[in-house]
Design a protein around this ligand. Structure first.
Ligand code: IMP
Length: 434
């Protein structure tokens, strides 16, 4: 009985999907606890590509229970589409392998409208959201006007909640010069999807705690990354949920002290989609272009090109501390193959002062100068290597220095998109730190 949380320690897209896919082989239950269909996980198995957005990555393994916790914001139409796509790929999703928290808030059509309206109006101050209605849905949750999954079972309560929610949204819509929404329109939409989505609804906190008592291994799958956390990320260029390991508890109803191991996933370099500060970014740069093209750095959800840069050890160290990371997994090492020289950021010079972390009070991010250490690259390919000793010696030096700088041992290294291509040093399920 071991409970493991996997989180991203950069700006998302660290390759968590592959690690979660590997670890879900050892887990009985796989849980999503925050975010929504703004996430994008790509898993490649025998050249078959599975793109997941809302469903836990464990869904593609037979005999596993996947859970969407209350900390997620659920777009039921996006869920149906994702399930239909998986069905075509031969993955069967039913209420026997998927459960959804009855108290999960729903993303409705007006949340997406509002997300897009705001971004369009923001001009140069836009956040670069995924446009999936994530922010407005979380706002409604804390504003106590969300429609939750269990509301679909009670038409009277649903109508009352919707009335309250639409009162708020129609005022906003009028302000934006958009047509108001009639209650009947949303009720019809919800009625149409209700039977499909309600069959998955259950008090998942009970299921999880019972599974724990029975001795199950539970895997919590984080979405986005720590630097997109609404409290500790590069605010306001963040997502609207807490993306840290601690959310696995509140976002599912599973006590935090039962977590045994936190695995922090990082790329061997850094990427970011959307706006916001990125101290080590390689803009209009040959190496940046190499990372983008060799690493296929295009967002899974929106198809936007990801911004690329050097590995930032200061930010990853910050994330490791905030998450209580016990081990890191480094992905896409092979993308660095053939680069002559590598840089690792070890701090910042801000207005002439040295900082070992990114202060949240910094508004003028252009004034940040990264401080770098330089490393020799390697000519041999690391692609597909699955034993640490077989890695080129310069790659080992690079990895060992990252371990030192971020203050956390390496658990795994990924050397290609394929499921099997992983170097294992420590296994979270077998070597959990109790
Ligand atoms: P939102 O989550 O759609 O509100 O977008 C807020 C910010 O988070 C934007 O910069 C998005 O690009 C970023 N973001 C949201 N989800 C992901 C993800 O899964 N990977 C990387 N960036 C993301």
């Amino acid at each position: 009985m071991t409970n493991v949380v996997v989180v991203g320690c950069q700006w998302g897209d660290e390759g968590k999907g592959k690690l979660v896919d590997y670890l879900s082989g050892k887990a009985d239950v796989i849980v999503r606890f925050q975010g929504g269909n703004n996430a994008g996980h790509t898993i490649v198995i025998d050249e078959k590509v599975f793109k997941l957005s809302l469903l836990p990555s464990g869904i593609i393994r037979e005999g596993k229970l996947s859970i969407i916790g209350n900390g997620v914001v659920l777009d039921p139409w996006a869920l149906r589409e994702e399930i239909e796509t998986l069905t075509k790929l031969g993955v069967n999703v039913t209420e026997y392998n998927l459960l959804i928290a009855e108290n999960v808030p729903l993303i409705l059509s007006f949340h997406k409208d509002l997300d897009l309206l705001r971004e369009a109006r923001a001009g140069s101050t836009k956040i670069g959201t995924t446009g999936r209605g994530i922010g407005p849905a979380y706002e409604d949750k804390v504003g106590r006007r969300a429609i939750r999954l269990s509301d679909l079972e009670n038409p009277k309560a649903l109508r009352a909640r919707l009335e309250r929610s639409l009162e708020h949204h129609n005022i906003l819509r009028k302000g934006y010069g958009k047509s108001v929404i009639e209650e009947g329109e949303i009720l019809n939409q919800l009625e149409e999807i209700s039977t499909f989505v309600s069959k998955f609804s259950t008090p998942v906190w009970r299921v999880l705690n019972n599974k724990n008592k029975e001795g199950a291994n539970i895997l919590f799958e984080g979405a986005q990354g720590s630097l997109l956390d609404v409290d500790f990320g590069t605010y306001p260029f963040v997502t609207s949920s807490n993306t840290m390991a601690a959310s696995s508890s509140l976002g599912s109803g599973f006590a935090a002290q039962k977590i045994d191991f936190v695995l922090g996933v990082v790329k061997a370099y850094t990427t970011r989609v959307g706006e916001g500060p990125f101290p080590t970014e390689l803009k209009n740069d040959k190496v940046g272009f190499h990372l983008e093209t060799v690493g296929h750095e295009k967002g899974t959800v929106t198809g936007r090109n990801r911004r690329c840069g050097w590995f930032d050890a200061s930010l990853v160290k910050q994330s490791c501390i905030l998450n209580g990371v016990n081990g890191i997994a480094i992905t896409k090492l092979d993308v660095l193959d053939s680069l002559k020289e590598l840089k690792i950021c070890v701090g910042y010079e801000i207005n002439g002062e040295l900082h070992g972390y990114l202060p949240s009070s910094i508004h003028s991010f252009e004034e940040i100068k990264p401080v770098y250490e330089f490393y020799e690259g390697w000519d041999d390919t690391t692609e597909g290597i699955s034993s640490f000793e077989k890695l080129p010696s310069n790659a080992i030096t690079y990895l060992r220095r990252i371990e030192e700088l971020v203050g956390c041992p390496i658990s795994s290294i990924s050397t290609s998109p394929e499921r099997e291509d992983l170097v294992h040093l420590r296994d979270p399920f077998e070597e959990s730190i109790k």
